[in-house]
Design a protein around this ligand. Structure first.
Ligand SMILES: Nc1ncnc2c1ncn2[C@@H]1O[C@H](COP(=O)(O)OP(=O)(O)OP(=O)(O)O)[C@@H](O)[C@H]1O
Length: 654
């Protein structure tokens, strides 16, 4: 190997300043005579120790600047040929940095790929990687083996997608809004981190779980009991507060580490003067079915927003944040969970929660794809009952949940079905707490096959293996539809949903058909092209539509005729009265009342006198008494119109 070969080898990949070498162009370059002796090779050796001592990326800025300066100097000194500077030579450190960057990028790519595989989308900064399996809880997050064993004993072999992402986030103390399909295990996703981070029992409470219904609170409580089997943490549901029980409730509240309640109950307890409870120890606030709780009046501030503010103030969040610099206190951490996402939740959380991570599993505001959904046109109310009976005849596979729009309709349908020999019961807000508990229990254990319910059971309730959800009354919104349908197809099991509709339900038909289509169900094209009326839809959200009574008890035609003729006559007499008396609407109302059954009883005997004295209309001196009495009353009520009416009424009677 001659000098030229050595030169070529040493300078491989380097570019030279032509001036320095005296080379004018490429053609001439080859002709430049290079003598062996002229070549001096200077090597700057970099000790390995120096490399090892190099700081990582997380080093502070001034230190990094110093290092860069050193590098420049090193680069300046690094010369292969006399007079030839090699500015582009990469230091080992830079290479190491690059490889680390590359490694990080690959890791991120891998994490994203894993998230995509499980339909997880995240928005936020420094998001912890999704969990591969439950044993990572022990290795990465120091969760006790006992807790992980309990999880597996519950039959949870693999984390569900929402658990994969929410668990690491909450274990790192991050605030989150998690939106995942119904029945996808959101309850365990917030309970496990609570049970880990609270450690051993200290009372407090140190964690609050808010949910919209008492039934759901009890369900979460049961899950908490199951998962906390190996811990000594105390969980409780805030029960109703009745007179003497207040002190009892207060004591339970203080002893509990985790309290599960509806916001109404908690705020009611806090408002009681004789109750002395504090939320200052609260570290975690979980809001389950967040969009339901945030849903409310059309005003900017719903009831729940006010309650939430009251609760957050009671936790001393503001003060803690003020002291944050000194105490390094993080304040109460908030996590919101729901199957559906609404702008209200998004807006509140964006403004109120620092370092927020948004987690979405699957499509937003879509039904679970484990439920086969069907729409059934029934024509009218009678048609619905016929269709239901046909379904029963074909053979219903229990358990079945039947949703109606109001408690009155729930009662009506129950009356109809109870005589059909179906093993049916009903749950609604008018039933006592004990009745509601018994019904839920009976349905869980299979004593009841068909449960008629209102929207009360639409949220969060987890009945294992519901085979069919029947929307007897069309849901008032797509959100309501998603939650109702989500009572089936839970924890990986398949289910079915049938939705009855009539001509009156066309307003919402398109939005619900779109939700069905999104989750892979077949819907007729015309439904997706129906015109939408936003105003009507808004009205519907506030108030359920009027529907004919659910009843197959036929009224006799004669009777109906009679009733009709009676009402017609009534109307006639009312209108003639109005014309002859020339009364306004208000007056007519009072007149009609007078002409009712009470007036018919009037006759000028002793009985009548007594009545007249009470102000029911009386001639002569009695009339004066009445007017006097009436006057006082009218004065109190400040209703001059009524006074006139009573005057005229007395005149008429006389
Ligand atoms: N990792 C898991 N593996 C298997 N089953 C699970 C797992 N996690 C939870 N479950 C079960 O899934 C069912 C549904 O869970 P959960 O009630 O928490 O759902 P959810 O997402 O809160 O539903 P909803 O939105 O309707 O409230 C429960 O019966 C629960 O025991």
């Amino acid at each position: 190997m001659d000098a030229y070969d050595i030169f070529k080898k040493l300078t491989k990949g380097l570019t030279f300043k032509h001036k320095v070498l005296g080379v004018k162009n490429d053609a001439q370059k080859d002709k430049v005579p290079i003598k062996k002796e002229e070549i001096e090779i200077k090597k700057e050796e970099l000790s390995d120790n120096e490399e090892d001592d190099e700081p990582s990326h997380s080093e502070s800025e001034p230190e990094q600047a110093e290092l860069k300066q050193d590098e420049i100097e090193q680069d300046d000194d690094l010369q292969l040929l006399e007079g030839v500077k090699i500015g582009e030579k990469k230091s080992k450190r830079e290479k190491k940095e690059k490889t680390e960057d590359l490694k990080k990028k690959l890791e991120l790519e891998e994490q994203n790929r894993f998230r995509n595989e499980h339909g997880i989308k995240t928005v936020g900064r420094h998001i912890p990687p999704a969990l591969q399996n439950f044993s990572e809880l022990v290795t990465k997050y120091n969760v006790s083996q006992g807790l992980v064993d309990t999880i597996t004993q519950c039959g949870y072999t693999e984390p569900t997608p929402v658990q994969r992402q929410a668990l690491p986030c909450l274990l790192e103390g991050r605030q989150i809004v998690a939106c995942a399909p119904t029945g996808s295990g959101k309850t365990a996703a917030f309970l496990v981190p609570l049970l880990h981070s609270l450690g051993s029992t200290q009372g407090g409470p140190r964690a609050l779980v808010l949910c919209p219904t008492r039934e759901l609170a009890h369900q979460i409580y049961r899950e908490a009991l199951r998962l906390s089997a190996t811990t000594n943490l105390r969980c409780s549901v805030l029960k109703s507060i009745k007179g003497t029980r207040v002190k009892e409730r207060e004591a339970t509240f203080k002893k509990s580490d985790i309290v599960i309640t509806t916001p109404n109950r908690l705020c009611y307890l806090m408002d009681q003067e004789e109750v002395n409870i504090t939320l200052e120890k609260v570290e975690w606030l979980i809001i389950d079915e967040a969009d339901k709780l945030f849903e409310g009046s059309t005003e900017d501030r719903s009831d729940f927003r006010q309650q939430l503010e009251q609760i957050l103030i009671a936790t001393g969040q503001g003060q803690r944040q003020a002291k944050e610099g000194q105490e390094k206190s993080r304040g109460v951490r908030v996590a919101l969970f729901s199957a559906t996402h609404t702008p209200r939740v998004a807006k509140w959380s964006r403004h109120a929660l620092k370092g927020l991570i948004n987690i979405t599993v699957g499509q937003r505001n879509a039904t679970t794809d484990l439920v086969d959904q069907e729409l059934l046109y029934c024509g009218n109310e009678n048609g619905k009952l016929v269709a239901f009976r046909q379904l029963v005849q074909k053979g219903l596979k229990p358990p079945v949940l039947v949703f109606v729009q109001s408690k009155d309709r729930a009662k009506q349908l129950f009356k109809e079905l109870i005589y059909d020999g179906i093993n049916v019961d009903v749950i609604h807000a008018d039933r006592t707490q004990t009745q509601r508990d018994n019904v839920v229990r009976s349905f869980r254990v299979g004593r009841i096959w068909v449960l008629i319910c209102t929207e009360l059971m639409g949220r969060g309730i987890d009945f294992r293996g519901v085979n069919l959800v029947l929307n007897y009354d069309f849901p008032q919104s797509a959100i309501s539809y998603i939650h109702r349908v989500g009572r089936a197809g839970r924890a990986g099991q398949r289910g079915k949903a049938i939705t009855f509709f009539t001509q009156d339900d066309v307003v919402n038909l398109r939005s619900i058909a779109a939700v069905m289509k999104q989750s892979g169900c077949e819907v007729p094209d015309y439904m997706l092209k129906l015109k939408q009326n936003p105003n009507k839809r808004k009205q519907l959200m506030k108030k359920a539509p009027h529907r004919d009574k659910i009843s197959t008890i036929l009224t006799k035609p004669e009777k109906r005729k009679l009733e009709e003729s009676e009402t017609k006559e009534d109307d006639k007499s009312k209108s003639t009265e109005a014309i002859t008396n020339g009364k306004n609407k208000k007056y007519r109302k009072v007149e009609n009342k007078q002409n009712g059954p009470k007036k018919a009883k009037f006759n000028p005997n002793r009985d009548g006198k007594a009545k007249i004295q009470k102000g029911k209309g009386k001639p002569d001196q009695d009339r004066n008494t009445k007017v006097k009495k009436g006057k006082g009353k009218l004065k109190d009520l400040k209703k001059k119109n009524k006074k006139n009416v009573l005057h005229k009424k007395a005149k008429n009677v006389s």
